[in-house]
Design a protein around this ligand. Structure first.
Ligand SMILES: *Cc1c(COP(=O)(O)O)cnc(C)c1O
Length: 462
């Protein structure tokens, strides 16, 4: 099997290939990003995508229960006995009521892919199952990530649950920056026993430091520059298809941080189309927070495109130079996407090309309002996830997405990840105790005297 799987630089001008077991954080020749690549002609692939549905019936078998490994023929980089799973990806495509969301879409046309239902509460588990498979196969004991929170929560969980083939436990090391980190996520990393290093610098600085430390100490890097993470995250799209009876929607809407999902989704559809397993590729809408909008600025304001792999590197270097010169740092309530230098930028451009994508930016106020609306439909999520609905509303109002489209928003993380953001919205308390302006869907506790009449009056008549 191994000869049919390799790593390949995504730059068509380079296309260097490497052995699948090489541990690299980029192309050794040109420094670009690498993909996990397959020689599909030599691999057994199913004749029709509905093949995977039959595995639903085999839920007693861990690999068929996993929402990642149920699709193992589509990420065939390891042998079955090597696969790491803890039952990730048990997530479903939900159909919220577009009227209660006050959304100008035809009824039944909206889906929420609810990735908050993963074991650690975010979609990151999809990628970790794949990346831990590779780490274990390579015998790497020390695993590390720089994180805005969910990557560390997920990595810490898998590190505590995975043993090397020789029985030794793995050890997780988390780098968190001085930026905001939601307490739900930090608490997970601590509880699962990962060593947590608080680096005096933002996420982007952490990312630089961790690459240096992994070179020096041989840490296995679990950030989404690890191409195996993205193989696992491709399966989010397979489950969307499964939820729609294998008929692709018109649009996928996803928040964009380090752009791992954006990259994985495009690769998923590129491969499905190449294998003849889907007839149509959905369009992609990537949503940045206004305070962390590098992709949006480069794509919309500077016209940056994949351009067959000849994307304008100088434009990006100049953009970052200007950003650093002006001392601009990412800043948003949606901490999971508070990233100014997305590591998967090049792969994301490729995805936008494959999926005929668009990019937009939304304000923190819009994110919080949509989060409250999503909460009211019963699908609680964290702020970054709600950026998808805020983006959808904007794209509907601009006519980019029309009301007859079938749209799937990816709800990336669970509401309990960031209770502070929720409580702050509903109760109007900002950090430091200062009062905030009232919010549209604010739902504060009502103070009431310890008295039956007062309680009945407060509840009122229905
Ligand atoms: C990591 C994360 C994101 C950002 O995803 P990328 O793949 O890095 O763009 C968005 N939402 C949540 C909840 C996350 O944990």
């Amino acid at each position: 099997m191994t000869e049919s799987v390799f790593l390949r630089c995504i730059d068509p001008g380079c296309h260097a290939t490497l052995d699948v077991d090489s541990v690299v954080h980029g192309c050794p020749l040109c420094g670009g990003l690498v993909d996990v690549a397959y020689d599909w002609d030599r691999l057994p692939t199913p004749g029709a995508i509905t093949f995977f549905a039959e595995r639903w019936g085999g839920r007693g078998r861990p690999l068929d229960l996993s929402g990642v490994w149920r699709f193992r023929e589509l990420l065939p980089f390891a042998r079955e006995e090597e696969l790491v799973t803890i039952g990730e990806g048990q997530t479903l495509l939900q159909t919220p009521d577009v009227r209660s969301l006050d959304l100008d879409l035809m009824p039944g046309r909206l889906g929420f892919q609810y990735e908050g239902l993963n074991p650690s509460g975010s979609f990151k588990d999809n990628g970790m199952a794949a990346a831990f498979t590779m780490a274990r196969r390579l015998g790497r004991r020390l695993v590390a990530c720089a994180s805005t929170g969910n990557t560390s929560a997920s990595m810490a969980m898998y590190a505590s649950l995975t043993r090397l083939p020789d029985g030794r436990p793995m050890r997780g090391i988390v780098f968190v920056g001085s930026g905001k980190i939601a307490l739900g996520k930090l608490s997970q990393a601590l509880d699962y026993g990962a060593q947590t290093l608080q680096v005096d610098g933002d996420f982007d600085a952490c990312m630089r430091r961790i690459r240096e430390a992994s070179d020096r100490l041989g840490l296995y890097l679990m950030n989404s520059v690890n191409p195996f993470r993205l193989e696992g995250q491709k399966t989010i799209m397979y489950r969307v298809l499964e939820g729609m009876s294998w008929e692709a929607p018109d649009w996928i809407v996803v928040p964009g941080g380090n752009l791992g999902n954006t990259s994985a989704f495009g690769k998923a559809f590129m491969e499905l189309q190449m294998l003849g397993l889907v007839s149509h590729i959905p369009r992609l809408a990537v949503v940045n927070a206004a305070g962390a909008d590098t992709l949006c600025a480069l794509f919309n304001d500077h016209g940056l495109r994949w351009n067959g792999g000849e994307w304008d590197r100088e434009c990006v270097t100049a953009f970052y130079g200007k950003m650093d010169g002006a001392g601009v740092k990412a800043s948003t309530i949606a901490t999971a996407i508070e990233i100014a230098r997305p590591v998967n930028l090049a792969k994301a451009l490729r995805s936008l090309d494959v999926m005929n994508g668009v990019v937009c930016r939304v304000t923190d106020d819009a994110i919080l309002e949509e989060k409250a609306r999503i909460g009211r439909t019963g699908f609680g999520c964290e702020p970054a996830s709600a950026a998808s609905l805020a983006g959808l509303r904007q794209l509907l109002s601009k006519g980019v997405i029309d009301r007859g489209s079938r749209v799937v928003c990816i709800l990336t993380g669970h509401a309990l990840k960031d209770p502070d953001a929720t409580v702050m919205y509903h109760m109007g308390r900002e950090e430091g105790g200062a009062a905030a302006p009232p919010r549209r869907f604010s739902n504060s506790p009502v103070r009431v005297a310890d008295d039956p009449d007062a309680i009945c009056r407060a509840i009122g008549q229905d």
